[in-house]
Design a protein around this ligand. Sequence first.
Ligand code: SF4
Length: 178
Amino acid sequence: MKHIVQFSGGKDSTCMLLMMLERNMPVDEIIFCDTGKEFPAMYDHIAKVEQYIGRKITVLKPEKSFDYYFADHIKTKGKNIHRKGYGWACMWMRWCTRLLKQDPTNKYLKNQGNYTQYIGIAADEPKRHKNITKNTVHPLFDWGITEKQALQYCYDQGFYWGGLYEHFRRVSCWCCPL
Ligand code: SF4
């Protein structure tokens, strides 16, 4: 059984990873989906985490870039067929989450045999926890760690993201319209 940590670089997955290692839990692989649109401070953070834990993080890349899907991709089926580019994501069409994060993750996990996936869902995110799948674990939820506590824990360990969390509640692509 392989133990795979899904790492976004944000406060929750950072806290989860550090706490798992602190508790000597098995971590075989740490995976990060790179949309190519993270804040520079996030890429710095990921490098800092690698240095702190003394391990490499596996970077998963999408088949094509964000810019390609955004502006050049030609739709071949469904609504707006032949339209060029998906444009900005919206709540009912988060093409980027699917193509740049979910698809590369699923493709990678398909070749891992038996695995448990660890995802940083905090204790105060019950709605996200509700959809848990059978080989997925939400350690922060199980430990009762809230989002606020996760951020504080990371700050206490010296992770600051160049101050990103002073401006945003969640941090992901710098150009995210959501
Ligand atoms: S953070 Fe926003 S722009 Fe980036 S993949 Fe998610 S929904 Fe798309």
